[in-house]
Design a protein around this ligand. Structure first.
Ligand code: CA
Length: 309
């Protein structure tokens, strides 16, 4: 069976990430699931944006000068939805204002906007009712601990919004994802959610999060995850090793996860930023799909992932 194709932030290889046109394009390209990264505003609205910050993907600094925090960043949590709705979205930049992915679509003030989770779920309803294929959603709870310190229970709000659109049962076409292991456990065991859950796996060096990502990748760690989760979302480079002679060797994580009944959906497949050791996107897909038997993949280029299959 071919792996499911998860449109990472929409079709973000082609249009600014997490915009409604990017989501519609991803569906048109044949993606099976649309990803939503979810952050809360000051008035507790849920918006679909990759970070708790707004400055790298919008004109917030120009539009609301003086509203940055001491670290110079503009936080979605410091703005009401009505304010955020006025922002123009552009393709992601780095801290210097240069494009993060120089070969991608460059926006010149086109009317791309940040939207709410509800608006996107309405789009999914429309696609489901008018389209010819099923479509699933793949929401991510962003920084739940940080949100809690900011006075909002992001997870609870997300679960309520998903329930409002009928996403409540394990069979429903949704995977809920998070990097924070305690929060994933809370979603299942304290909040009682029956949705399919995916534990994202990062590197311990990436952030101060308390989650121990190294332990999670062992058989014992995966066995423990399987008490709570349906799958894992590892970083691509955790799945293989590049030997001195350039050969690529399976690290065994996919097989260890499968042995615990967990599906494996690695991130992120990019034609314009291939992972270490690979020089061709199809070669990357061949290895991941045919050799490792991954069950799904996050990609900025849904069309390229589907074309191969
Ligand atoms: Ca994400």
């Amino acid at each position: 069976m071919r792996p499911i194709v998860i449109a990472h932030r929409g079709a973000s290889g082609y249009l600014p990430e997490h915009t409604i046109p990017a989501k519609a394009l991803a569906y048109a390209m044949g993606a099976d699931y649309l990803e939503q990264d979810i952050v809360a505003t000051r008035d507790d609205a849920l918006i679909v944006v990759h970070d708790i910050h707004l400055d790298l993907v919008s004109d917030v600094a120009r539009r609301y000068p003086g509203r940055a925090r001491e670290d110079g960043r503009y936080y979605a949590r410091d703005f009401d939805l009505a304010e955020i709705a006025t922002l123009k979205v552009h393709e992601r930049t780095n801290a210097k204002g240069e494009p993060a992915f120089p070969g991608r679509f460059q926006s010149n003030g086109e009317p791309f906007r940040i939207h709410t989770l509800g608006r996107e779920l309405e789009l999914v309803v429309t696609l489901r009712e008018n389209g010819t294929r099923p479509i699933g959603i793949y929401p991510e709870i962003k920084d739940p601990q940080w949100h809690r310190e900011e006075g909002v229970d992001l997870t609870r709000l997300v679960l309520e919004e998903l329930a409002r659109f009928g996403y409540e049962a394990h069979r429903d076409p949704v995977y809920l994802q998070c990097f924070d292991e305690r929060e994933v456990r809370r979603i299942r065991h304290d909040l009682g959610s029956k949705l399919k859950l995916v534990q994202l796996i990062g590197e311990d060096s990436w952030s101060p999060e308390p989650t121990d990502f190294a332990a999670m990748q062992t058989s014992a760690g995966l066995e423990k995850l399987a008490e709570t989760c349906d799958g894992i979302g590892p970083w691509l480079q955790q799945l293989y090793e590049v030997r001195g002679d350039g050969s690529i060797v399976d690290q065994g994580l996919v097989a260890r996860a499968h042995a615990q009944g967990l599906v494996v959906h690695p991130y992120t497949f990019r034609t314009d930023a291939l992972p270490h050791g690979f020089s061709d996107f199809d070669e990357l897909l061949d290895f991941m799909v045919d050799e490792l038997n991954i069950d799904g993949l996050f990609t900025d280029f849904p069309d390229a992932a589907i074309r191969r299959q």
